[in-house]
Design a binder for this molecule. Structure first.
Ligand code: ATP
Ligand code: MG
Length: 635
């Protein structure tokens, strides 16, 4: 099992060097030793970033579900594959074994086939975090249909756009969904969306909320009776390594969503290998990623990566605040969770609450803590480390994107010494580069630039569905022969990477490029501050000046606002320098966020610049109501 499970830092450097010197040889060895192929590849890698074209394991044949399910049956038939934890803690958790998962996936695959779905067809999955979502994803993969999961918090409009963009012929949904104390009429949203989607001829409906819904004759079918009748055996379709596995739309922080296409072979190899190492997963562990399967994090690190390793992966239907702010910790105690993977937005929200919610529970099972989605600010990092990890569980701050398919820069726990706010070192096989604005690579350490990747890795997205030109323009045109991530980063004295935010969000103040993350980090260090976002606005002298939106902690609410403003700027001066001081500070009760919990600076920038005539579509926001409050109080 050479190279598969890295256990100390020397080994990391050694394997890393090997993976960079001879990437083809390295990935061939991993692919050969740890996966089942129906036919081996003719060629490990063919690539040309100028086209752009990337092909891994050309000529190979496989089915990813055989690797995620079938091959575990002889040894793990009765091991829990998916541990379903419902929204309501009083409802019993479901332990779905590998044996049961096999049966359900085969049944659902047969239902899809019976309803006319064929290899290469697109199927839209718009389901809450219930077991049927995992079955649906894997059933598509089993028969070679391309799944397009749309997060079930999106509006009918957003859903329709995504269905039409990829010409889905079927939608799989449920009557409704539970989210905390609320119940949401999902089927109603689908019905509304489908008014604009002439290509959809079948809707399969899972039963969850048992609410009264309308079924359109000839189009809508209840899933359960069909599954009950279907055969529990379904041969896995033979797929080429480069056949599309799924389409997933990026979360849309920066504009029109892009349907990223991932393929079967490389995606499987890379997500499995990263999962094993970055979570240091061992056979008996219980792993929990709190993301929704509607995002790439859920695809790669709830479903495919864990199942390819025969892991037990928790699927959580609920929210961190229901029935109270102790829910995450209650679940950790209840299922003795070993690896816990969440987002900075959740950590910050929980850190605002009383510690009693957390201290009631036994968190001693935890061995690894993960973070993904945004830069994690220093205060949140320490809160996570001190209170959740009790300073014993390393934090893996994992930087990656929908486009990258898997984690790209991250510590390996118990291997890489961590530094707060640093994603640290490139993962095995990943060759990052920092570029300057003239297109030259910035070598050496203690430098800052635009983050690019020089060489393909197995799970890089192959195209944007139906728009290869946009794929080239977005990722491969800024720098010759490089994949451009859109993010800025710096590299410190020991070669650790810190992501400073999106390049689009960089603010040029008096000729200095300022990234958002380090400044927000400094603001959040203030004891009265819960969260913050900064943007630039036009300034006669400096070109741009900084505008800060700040949420106070409950304990900070009673403080004199001007004092807090002064202290925040003092803090920035100390930690970064006077250049980064804020000209305006507006206190707000919330920040506009995407459905995946990321701050939408695009909207804040417009408000700060008094340019609110065209805010764009705010309906896809998590909290559209906050926009008006912020506009009403703008400085
Ligand atoms: P869109 O591309 O549509 O604007 P998005 O970029 O938010 O949406 P994702 O692919 O889900 O969609 O997010 C990837 C981005 O999230 C990264 O490019 C980076 O900006 C940010 N990110 C993710 N993880 C981290 C991390 N650990 N540290 C810093 N930033 C992160
Ligand atoms: Mg992006």
């Amino acid at each position: 099992m050479s190279n598969y499970h890295i256990k100390h830092l020397e080994e990391y450097y050694q394997v890393y060097r090997k993976s960079v010197r001879n990437p083809e040889g390295f990935w061939e060895e991993i692919a050969e030793e740890h996966f089942i192929w129906r036919k081996k590849w003719d060629n490990v890698l063919e690539w040309d970033f100028s086209k752009p074209e990337v092909k891994w394991f050309q000529g190979a044949q496989l089915n990813i579900t055989e690797n995620c399910i079938d091959r575990h049956l002889p040894t793990r038939r009765n091991k829990t594959a998916i541990l379903f934890e419902p929204n309501d803690p009083k409802e019993e958790a479901l332990h779905i074994t590998y044996g049961q998962l096999f049966e359900k996936v085969c049944k659902m695959a047969n239902v899809l086939k019976a309803n006319g779905v064929k290899k290469g067809d697109r199927v839209c999955i718009y389901l809450p975090m219930i077991p049927e979502l995992t079955y649906a994803v894997l059933a598509c993969a089993r028969i070679g249909a391309i799944h397009s999961v749309v997060f079930a918090g999106f509006s009918s409009n957003a859903l329709a756009t995504r269905i039409n963009d990829s010409d889905c012929k079927m939608v799989i949904t449920s009557d409704g969904s539970f989210r905390g104390s609320k119940s949401i009429d999902l089927k109603g949203i689908v019905d509304k969306a489908l008014e604009d989607c002439p290509g959809v001829n079948t809707v399969l409906v899972a039963k969850r909320t048992k609410s009264d819904i309308e079924m359109v004759e000839g189009r809508d079918k209840w899933l359960a009776p069909l599954m009950a009748e279907a055969s529990a055996d379904c041969d896995a379709e033979t797929m080429n390594a480069e056949d599309p596995l799924f389409i997933l739309y990026t979360s849309g922080s920066t504009g029109k969503p892009k349907g990223m296409v991932h393929t079967c072979g490389g995606y499987m190899v890379y997500t499995a290998y990263t999962f094993k190492n970055i979570f240091q997963y061992r056979e008996e562990d219980v792993y929990w990623c709190t993301a929704d399967i509607g995002w790439i994090t859920g695809h790669s690190y709830i479903v495919y990566g864990p199942l390819a390793n025969g892991a037990t992966s928790i699927m959580f239907e609920g929210v961190p605040s229901y029935p109270d702010f102790g829910r995450f910790w209650e679940v950790v105690e209840k299922h003795k969770v070993n690896q816990f993977y969440t987002a900075p937005t959740a950590i910050r929200a929980l850190a605002k609450e009383n510690l009693d919610y957390l201290e009631k529970y036994d968190l001693s099972s935890l061995k690894v803590l993960g973070s993904v989605g945004e830069p994690i600010n220093e205060e949140a990092w320490h809160w996570y480390n001190n209170n959740v990890g009790k300073k014993k569980s390393p934090i893996v701050d994992t930087w990656w994107q929908t486009e990258t398919g898997g984690i790209m820069i991250s510590p390996i726990p118990y291997v890489t010494p961590t530094t707060p706010t640093f994603a640290t070192l490139p993962f095995i096989g990943i060759q990052p580069a920092l570029m300057d604005e003239e297109g030259k690579e910035i070598k050496g350490n203690q430098v800052e630039g635009r983050l690019c990747i020089k060489f393909p890795w197995p799970s890089i997205a192959r195209t944007i569905w139906g728009n290869h030109e946009r794929y080239r323009d977005t990722y491969f045109s800024a720098y010759k022969d490089m994949y451009f991530t859109g993010d800025g980063a710096n590299r410190d004295a020991v070669g650790y990477y810190r992501i400073t935010g999106r390049v689009d969000d960089v603010i040029i103040v008096s000729g200095h490029n300022l990234g958002t993350a380090p400044i927000e980090d400094a603001i959040n260090e203030h004891q009265a501050v819960a969260e913050s976002a900064i943007v630039g606005f036009p300034h006669d002298v400096k070109g741009n000046a900084l505008y800060g939106y700040v949420i106070l902690k409950e304990t900070g609410e009673s403080r004199d606002r001007d004092n807090v403003r002064n202290e925040i700027n003092q803090q920035i001066t100390e930690l970064i320098g006077p250049i980064a001081k804020l000209d305006k500070i507006q206190f707000v009760s919330g920040l506009p966020k995407t459905r995946s919990g990321k701050i939408m600076r695009r909207i804040l920038r417009k408000i700060a610049s008094n340019d609110t005539s065209n805010l764009g579509d705010t309906s896809t926001l998590l909290n559209p109501e906050i926009v008006k409050e912020i506009m009403d109080n703008v400085l």
